[in-house]
Structures are given as structure tokens and as C-alpha cells.
Design a protein around this ligand. Structure first.
Ligand SMILES: NC(=O)c1ccc[n+]([C@@H]2O[C@H](COP(=O)([O-])OP(=O)(O)OC[C@H]3O[C@@H](n4cnc5c(N)ncnc54)[C@H](O)[C@@H]3O)[C@@H](O)[C@H]2O)c1
Length: 252
């Protein structure tokens, strides 16, 4: 098997489930020593055990990405204990379906806090380590929801649009220092996040009809494949892109 990440260290948030777990497993299979991070310690332990069973190298680093100090300490621990940092994958995320007028301050803050602030906190903490390398990469997980106006998910859409923007800003700002920053924008992925697809009471499903174009679910393994590609040397000229993984819905 090709080992695209031999001798590299990767830090993956949201590694306790779904896309983050598959990303951590894939990067470890391909040679990376992986700092696996999540707020869910049980899920995290399962991921680390799976990696170790396959002979890979993983370190469990529980953290809450929405907490600046926790996210910063987690990245530092990864770089110190695994010996540097070449790849950062910001995968952790939460989703809520709500009418915009019923979205409380706490709901808004939670979704923005995990999805957008979390991506910023870990990226800011990782930058000094990533920039020590000749080449390094950040891959963020945004969403199709960050590219369109999806009803009943205002906080989620805004958080993911923010991730798309942060991706572009960092891509431009650090291009001369060997860092590439890209994001993936999946449509629907078969993970616990949308297992409970639950529009709020009184929702007009016609307003969500564009999503009916998402006729197939993407598998978390397929998102991990795209993340690994963007983090790999094969994507050396790819920087600042937001890659839809949505069977063409955004194009329609
Ligand atoms: N599933 C989809 O359809 C879909 C579509 C587009 C984008 N995404 C994005 O993909 C990413 C991964 O989601 P998934 O589908 O694998 O869902 P998931 O629920 O399986 O995984 C999300 C992980 O993030 C972790 N997490 C939540 N809050 C956290 C916090 N404060 N600190 C650290 N970790 C935290 C959870 O514990 C969980 O393990 C998310 O950013 C999500 O928005 C998912």
C-alpha cells in the first residue's frame, strides 16, 4: 500500500466518530503518526484501538475544540509527543435543525463555537508547528451547507461558510511558507451527525428541496479519501479550494 504520510505527524479533530475516525485510520494506514482528538473519550478510545490493531501509531488527545485553552493544549501535546506536525485535519462538528427565530444564544454559540471557533483555535495553535516544515497542509471539513442557504440550519450554514472563508484566508496568507489550506464540502454523509435528520416542527420541506438532489449518501471513507488527497503531495498545487463532495448538487 502507498504510504503518502510516512514520517509525518497528523492531528485530527472529531476522530471519535464518522469522518474524523475514517480520516485518522486512513492517515495512520499510510504511515502517519496520528494525534486523535475528540470530546467523546469513548469514541476516541475505539479509534485509537482500531489504529493500533492495524499496526498504526495513534495518540489519544481528548479535547473540546470550542475551548481555546483545551484546543491549544491538545495541538501542543500532539506536536510534542509525536515529534512535530505536518498535517492538521479539522473535522469536529455539530449540527442543529431549528427555525432561525427559535435559535437561542446558547444554540448559536455552541454551533459557531465548535465548527468555526474550533477550526480557528486548532489552526492558530498548529500554525507555528506546521510552518517549521518545508511543506505542510491543513484540511478543514466545511459542508455543502457552507456554500448554500439551507433552511433551518442558520448557525450551521454560517459556521461552515466561515470555515470556507478561513480556509481561503489562510491559504493566501501562508502560501509562501509551504502551507496549503483546503476544505471539503460534503453533501450528505452516512454518519451519526445526520442519522437524526430532524427538521423542526412546522418546517416547510419544500424549502429544503434542493437537498433532495442529494440522491446518494457519501460514505465517511470517501470523505477521508478526499481529505487525504488534499493533505498529500499529489495536491501540491491545490490551495484554497472548497471541494464539494455532493454528486453535483452545488453545481445544479
Ligand atoms: N454527516 C454529514 O452529512 C456531513 C455533511 C457535511 C459536513 N459534515 C461535517 O463533517 C464533520 C464530521 O462530522 P460527522 O458526519 O463525521 O459526524 P459525527 O457526529 O460522526 O462526528 C463528529 C465528531 O465531532 C466531535 N465533536 C463534537 N463536538 C466537539 C467538541 N466540542 N470538541 C471536540 N470534538 C467534538 C463528536 O464527538 C464526534 O465524534 C463535521 O464538521 C460535520 O459538520 C458532515
Amino acid at each position: 500500500m502507498e504510504k503518502r504520510f510516512e514520517d509525518q505527524v497528523a492531528f485530527v479533530t472529531g476522530a471519535g466518530s464518522g469522518i474524523g475516525r475514517m480520516t485518522a485510520l486512513l492517515l495512520a494506514r499510510e504511515g502517519a503518526r496520528v494525534g486523535c482528538s475528540d470530546i467523546n473519550e469513548k469514541g476516541l478510545a475505539e479509534t485509537v484501538t482500531s489504529i493500533e490493531k492495524e499496526g498504526g501509531h495513534a495518540l489519544s488527545i481528548p479535547c473540546d475544540v470550542s475551548d481555546s485553552a483545551s484546543a491549544t493544549a491538545a495541538v501542543l501535546r500532539c506536536a510534542e509527543e509525536l515529534g512535530g506536525l505536518q498535517v492538521l485535519c479539522n473535522v469536529a462538528g455539530v449540527l442543529r435543525f431549528q427555525h432561525t427565530e427559535e435559535t437561542s444564544d446558547a444554540d448559536w454559540d455552541q454551533v459557531l463555537g465548535v465548527n468555526l471557533n474550533g477550526t480557528f483555535y486548532t489552526s492558530r495553535a498548529a500554525l507555528p508547528h506546521l510552518l517549521l516544515n518545508r511543506r505542510s497542509a491543513i484540511v478543514n471539513v466545511a459542508s455543502l451547507a457552507g456554500l448554500i442557504g439551507q433552511a433551518y440550519t442558520a448557525a450551521y450554514c454560517v459556521s461552515k461558510a466561515g470555515v470556507v472563508s478561513l480556509t481561503k484566508v489562510m491559504a493566501v496568507e501562508y502560501v509562501k511558507r509551504g502551507l496549503r489550506v483546503n476544505c471539503v464540502c460534503p453533501g450528505g454523509v452516512a454518519t451519526p451527525l445526520i442519522a437524526n435528520f430532524d427538521p423542526p416542527k412546522g418546517a416547510d420541506l419544500e424549502l429544503m428541496s434542493r437537498l433532495s438532489l442529494v440522491t446518494k449518501m457519501t460514505r465517511p471513507e470517501e470523505v477521508a479519501d478526499a481529505i487525504a488527497y488534499l493533505a498529500s503531495a499529489a495536491a501540491r498545487s491545490v490551495n484554497g479550494v472548497s471541494l464539494p463532495l455532493d454528486f453535483g448538487v452545488h453545481a445544479a
